[in-house]
Design a protein around this ligand. Structure first.
Ligand code: PEP
Length: 249
């Protein structure tokens, strides 16, 4: 059976000291009362410290980005092998902020995904439409085009992935997709996976929802049959809210 997960994307927030404090608070509040995996995705400079802080817990650490090359003259970049050497377990790929502000293309996202897989890091591949695409009924086409980036992966590799559906209009806006809108897209994503990689891989793939998810709406979203958890931005910066979302399962 697929796993339920709640991942917190801290984006470019928190100093090292603040991140350590927040992680300690999350560990203290996490009562392990349900079988939901928690993933913390801090800025790069906190990875090493947070891997150590969480090593005797069930909490896993993820990266927000990685370069596709193994090493070389790419000033300012971080490779997947550097991340795996630190003990990073998960890696975000294709967050809408990376697609928008850093012009990441399908080709690059496939290369980044492959780089993570080659280092044993599980990619959390993000997809989702802009508001104008939803309003013009193009949201399924957009998400399908984004997933097509992964089409050349082998089924064995695809089986390791987590998918995060994040409608761009719901990220950081306070606006959430309704549980029905989320379910409709998650079912579409699962069908896509089934058609391209097989039913059992689709059935076992965790598909997370992201976009202004908070303790007050998580329960309704997570009750949907194809919603296997959340990718949380703003609310993951407050330990009580992050754990509150986890406990919504
Ligand atoms: C995100 O950026 O992945 C996200 C879901 O942000 P927020 O929860 O703040 O909308």
């Amino acid at each position: 059976m697929r796993k339920n997960r709640v991942a917190g994307n801290w984006k470019m927030n928190k100093s090292l000291q603040e991140g350590e404090e927040l992680t300690k608070n999350i560990i203290a509040l996490n009562d392990n009362s349900n079988d939901v995996e928690l993933i913390i995705i801090p800025p790069f400079v906190q990875l090493s410290s947070l891997v150590k802080l969480t090593q005797n817990t069930d909490i896993k650490i993820g990266s927000q980005n990685n370069h596709e090359a193994k090493s070389g003259a790419y000033t300012g970049e971080i490779s997947a092998s550097m991340l795996s050497a630190l003990g990073v377990s998960y890696g975000l790929v294709g967050h809408s902020e990376r697609r928008t502000y850093f012009n990441e293309t399908n080709e690059q996202l496939l290369a980044k995904t492959k780089a993570l897989l080659s280092e044993g890091i599980i990619p959390i591949f993000c997809c989702g439409e802009h508001l104008n695409e939803r309003n013009s009924n193009q949201h399924f086409v957009t998400v399908e085009n984004q997933l097509n980036a992964l089409k050349e992966l082998t089924a064995e590799d695809f089986a390791k992935l987590i998918i995060a559906y994040e409608p761009v209009w719901a990220i950081g806006t306070g606006e959430t997709a309704s549980a029905e809108q989320a379910q409709e897209m998650h079912a579409f994503i699962r069908k896509y996976i089934s058609s391209n990689f097989g039913k059992s891989i689709a059935d076992n793939c965790s598909v997370l929802y992201g976009g202004s998810c908070k303790p007050s709406n998580a329960k309704e979203l997570f009750a949907m049959p194809d919603v296997d958890g959340g990718l949380i931005g703003g609310a993951s910066l407050v330990a009580e809210d992050f754990i509150g979302i986890k406990n919504s399962f």
